[in-house]
Design a protein around this ligand. Structure first.
Ligand SMILES: *Cc1c(COP(=O)(O)O)cnc(C)c1O
Length: 428
């Protein structure tokens, strides 16, 4: 026992967990520091095992839009917990959450829940291939759709963070079925989709890219995708795992008024518990087993605790729509950071969409992976470390989004700007 105690938590984790973590970005490798170990989190604050408090912009990578441990969500989980855990049989709460989601997202009549966003993306692709009888999929550089084999080609998030263009262990035959196009490049993408046409089952896109840092779609990009996919009978899939219930209650598809064929959800819809979902019109979704011939299943899919947490989150969001306030707070933070960066003569592009933002250490605006990759990851790492010392926790990578939630008060936004000023000063 004594020996265990003398080792740090990080050393101990590295003995028993691969790379010390259960998801790569958590290792803080890209920011040159040891990861922090979380003891607890509440609202906008996160506390590490050393008792340090941080204003948290990771927010569980998106689910905690209401802030950590929101009372309404905690109460719903506690109540559901009384009934037991996993039954592997239908529960009413699954339908209740499905009804809520279908009412919110114009493209969804029916959905199926999974245990993660990864699983939902993999399943949606299988459905698209089953429905169209085609095999190729199109994704975008810097786009992240979980770690399914076919998605790990020029992917964002951890792959971008660690500079991996592809992953070992993905058969060439699988990677060859994935076509990667440049996000936001209207003429190139339009031409490619017209040319590839009938070989492509689906185009999958983050309507607002948030896994190479935050990159909003150029005007006309999403509507071009809709028009050309319709013309070529390719299914358009919006991966709204981050943007769903975050940019607006109805997701990016209501903000940009583009209706995809299939939508993928995760993060917020599980209220902080493991959850994903994919959905679309009944005609497509009924192709899934048991009514159809596309197989998809999951022992813990639609887990009652996740359903209860997600439902409580969505009900709160519907009853107290925070979106205008979140966007205004984020705008204030972003404007402030731009001013502070300019005062410090630091070449920074602070980009935002709704309550998502990223500070790119770049000279020019970031519009896709070609420009994102030019950002200085060293500068970002330095900024991350300075801010951490000031009690502000950013994602430990240049290529991830920062999340503002309802718990980030104006006072905390001010405190963040104060910390940013000190950080830029320390970096100069
Ligand atoms: C997080 C994320 C996923 C994967 O979800 P997991 O629950 O981590 O498997 C897929 N797509 C997008 C856009 C994401 O941000």
């Amino acid at each position: 026992m004594k020996r265990v105690r003398r080792r740090s938590l990080w050393q101990e984790a590295q003995r028993f967990l691969a790379g010390g973590v259960n998801s790569p970005v958590r290792a803080f490798q890209a920011v040159g520091e040891e990861p922090l170990f979380v003891s607890r989190a509440r609202g906008a604050y996160l506390f590490d095992e050393r008792g340090r408090r941080y204003i948290d912009y990771i927010q569980g990578w998106g689910p905690a839009i209401l802030g950590h441990a929101h009372p309404a969500v905690m109460a719903a989980i506690r109540q559901q917990l009384q009934q037991g855990l996993a039954f592997g049989l239908p529960t009413a709460v699954e339908t209740a959450l499905a009804r809520e989601i279908a009412a919110a997202l114009p493209s969804i009549e029916q959905l199926r829940f999974t245990s993660s966003g990864t699983e939902a993306c993999m399943s949606a692709i299988r459905l698209a291939r089953g429905v169209t009888g085609r095999t190729k999929i199109v994704k975008f550089e810097g786009g992240y759709h979980g770690h399914g084999d076919g998605f790990l080609v020029k992917a964002g998030s951890g792959m971008a963070t660690f500079g991996l263009a592809s992953s070992a262990g993905v058969p060439k035959a699988v990677a060859d079925e994935t076509i990667v196009l440049p996000y936001n490049n209207v003429p190139v993408v339009h031409e490619a989709l017209e040319r590839l046409g009938s070989s492509v089952a689906c185009v999958i896109v983050e309507p607002v890219a948030a896994n190479m840092g935050v990159v909003a779609p150029e005007p006309g990009f999403l509507s071009m995708l809709r028009q050309v996919t319709k013309q070529q009978q390719i299914l358009l899939i919006f991966d709204e795992v981050i943007t769903g219930f975050r940019l607006a209650y109805g997701g990016a598809q209501t903000v940009f008024k583009v209706r995809p064929d299939l939508t993928i959800l995760g993060k917020i819809i599980g209220g902080g518990l493991p959850c994903g979902a994919f959905g679309g019109p009944r005609a497509l979704m009924s192709r899934l087993a048991p009514t159809g011939d596309v197989y998809q299943a999951g022992t813990l899919s639609g887990h009652p605790l996740a359903m209860a947490a997600g439902l409580a989150t969505l009900r709160w969001l519907k009853a107290h729509p925070p979106y205008a306030l979140l966007a205004a707070r984020t705008r204030r933070l972003v404007d402030g950071l731009r001013r502070i960066a300019a005062d410090s003569k630091m070449p920074v592009q602070v980009q935002a969409s709704g309550s998502l933002w990223t500070a790119f250490f770049a000279r020019r605006p970031v519009t896709g992976w070609a420009t994102a990759r030019q950002a200085s990851t060293e500068r970002y790492a330095q900024w991350f470390r300075c801010l951490r010392r000031e009690g502000v926790l950013l994602p430990p990578s240049q290529f991830e989004a920062c999340f503002v939630g309802v718990a980030h008060t104006d006072g905390l936004v001010d405190a963040t700007m104060h910390a940013a000023r000190a950080a830029f000063r320390a970096m100069a």
